[in-house]
Design a protein around this ligand. Structure first.
Ligand code: FES
Ligand SMILES: [Fe+2]
Length: 384
C-alpha cells in the first residue's frame, strides 16, 4: 500500500491545505502506514474528560496519531493533531489562551475547535499566503460518559457524516458512574478477542471467593446478529453467577444481555425490576502494538449499601488487572509471530469479530451494504 500522503481531516480542509501548499510553499508528505489492522471512521475514547482541565493542554495517542486535547473558554473539548502543520512542533508544547493554541516554534496560532490558523507572525505585507486557509488537523471531539471521544476519520471516506459519539445506555435519571482503565501491550485485535473470550475465566480469574478451576461446566448461549455486531440473547443468569448473586437480593427476575459492536465495544446490561447495571468496555488502539481497555459502568442499585462503589472498584480493578497481566505474558509469546488457532465454539466470537471487521471493510471499499457474517440466532456451547 502506498504511504498515505494527505492529512486526515474532517472535510475538504486537506484539499484546501494541499492547494495552499502548492501555491505558496512545499508540502512535506505525511507518512502514515494504514495497513495496520486498525479501524478508521469510528469514535474512540482518547482520555478521561476530568483530566482535561482549565487551560491545560493534554496529549493522547489514538491509532498512532498524537493528539493535543484541550477545552475552550466555553468548556467545549477539542482535539488537534499534536504536530504543527508548519514543521511538526508538538502544539501541546505551546500556549493556550482558552481559545487558540500558539506554536512555540514560530508562533503560528490555531483556533482550538477548527484548527484554523489565525496568525503567522513572520508574514510581511508582501506575502500572499492566506493565513485563514492554513489548518492544523482537527478531529471531531465530544465529551460523553466522562471521556473525551475523538473521531478518527477513514481517509478513504472523508466526506462521510460523523455520527454522535457513543453513549452508555442508562435507564433512570439518577445513577452512579465509574471508570476503570488498563493498558495492554498488544494489537487491539488481541485485546478484543480476549475481551470476548469465554474460556479464560476459570484460569485467569480464579479466586477462592469467586470460582475454582473445578467449577468448569458446560454452557450454552444463543447468539444473534445485530447491526455491526452480535449479542447474547437476553437470558436469566445462572444462580451462581455474580449478577444473580448481587441482584437476586431484590427478589425479582434478573435478566442480562451482552453485546459486541464494531469497532471495539462490549456492552453488558443487567436488569432486575427497576434496578439496573450497565457497562461498556472498549479496547482502543493506541498504536498498532498497544491498546487500552476502558470500562465505564453505571448502576442505580445498591445505593443503600455502604462502600458498594469501593467494593465494585476493587473487584473491577482486580479483574482488569488479571486480564492485563495475562496479556503482558501473551505479548511475550506473540513477539515472534507464532501460528495461532481459533477453535469452535469457544473461539467463535473471535472468529465473528474478524469476519465482521472484514465484512465492514469490504462494504466500505465496494460501497455495497455490509453482508453480516452471522446469518441468524446460533447456539454456542463451551465449557468454562
Ligand atoms: S513549527 Fe509551528 S510555527 Fe513553525
Ligand atoms: Fe477476562
Amino acid at each position: 500500500m502506498p504511504p498515505h500522503t494527505e492529512p486526515f481531516t474532517r472535510n475538504s480542509r486537506s484539499a484546501i491545505l494541499a492547494k495552499v501548499m502548492n501555491e505558496s510553499s512545499t508540502a512535506i508528505p505525511e507518512n502514515n502506514s494504514i495497513n495496520d489492522g486498525l479501524m478508521r471512521g469510528f469514535w474512540y475514547p482518547a482520555a478521561r474528560s476530568n483530566r482535561v482541565r482549565g487551560r491545560e493542554l493534554r496529549t493522547a495517542l489514538l491509532l498512532g496519531i498524537p493528539l493535543v486535547l484541550g477545552r475552550n473558554a466555553k468548556g467545549e473539548g477539542f482535539a488537534l493533531r499534536d504536530a504543527c502543520p508548519h514543521r511538526g512542533m508538538p502544539l501541546s508544547e505551546g500556549r493556550f489562551d482558552g481559545h487558540a493554541v500558539e506554536c512555540p516554534y514560530h508562533g503560528w496560532v490555531f483556533e482550538g475547535k477548527t484548527g484554523q490558523c489565525q496568525a503567522i507572525p513572520s508574514l510581511t505585507a508582501r506575502d500572499k499566503l492566506k493565513v485563514d486557509r492554513v489548518f492544523a488537523t482537527s478531529f471531531p471531539c465530544e465529551e460523553q460518559d466522562g471521556y473525551f471521544w475523538v473521531h478518527i476519520p477513514d481517509p478513504e471516506q472523508r466526506n462521510e457524516k460523523v455520527p454522535a459519539a457513543p453513549r452508555l445506555p442508562t435507564f433512570s435519571d439518577s445513577y452512579r458512574l465509574e471508570h476503570l482503565e488498563a493498558e495492554l501491550p498488544c494489537h487491539v485485535d488481541h485485546g478484543i478477542i480476549g475481551l470476548m473470550d469465554p474460556a479464560h475465566g476459570p484460569f485467569v480469574h480464579q479466586a477462592w471467593w469467586w470460582r475454582k478451576r473445578s467449577s468448569i461446566h458446560e454452557k450454552e448461549k444463543i447468539f444473534e446478529p445485530i447491526p455491526n455486531g452480535f449479542r447474547i440473547k437476553s437470558h436469566s443468569p445462572s444462580a451462581n453467577s455474580a449478577a444473580y448473586k448481587l441482584l437476586g437480593v431484590y427478589g425479582e427476575p434478573v435478566t442480562t444481555t451482552i453485546q459486541f459492536v464494531l469497532p471495539n465495544m462490549r456492552f453488558e446490561e443487567i436488569h432486575c425490576g427497576k434496578y439496573w447495571f450497565s457497562s461498556r468496555t472498549t479496547v482502543t488502539p493506541i498504536t498498532a502494538s498497544k491498546c487500552r481497555i476502558d470500562v465505564c459502568a453505571a448502576w442505580n442499585a445498591f445505593r443503600h449499601v455502604p462502600f458498594f462503589t469501593s467494593i465494585l472498584r476493587f473487584f473491577g480493578n482486580l479483574f482488569v488487572e488479571q486480564d492485563r497481566q495475562t496479556m503482558v505474558k501473551q505479548a511475550e509469546g506473540l513477539k515472534y509471530n507464532p501460528p495461532l488457532m481459533l477453535i469452535d465454539d469457544a473461539d467463535r466470537p473471535a472468529k465473528w469479530y474478524f469476519a465482521l471487521k472484514a465484512a465492514y471493510l469490504k462494504s466500505k471499499q465496494t460501497g455495497q451494504p455490509m453482508e453480516h457474517p452471522i446469518e441468524g440466532p446460533t447456539a454456542l456451547r463451551w465449557r468454562s
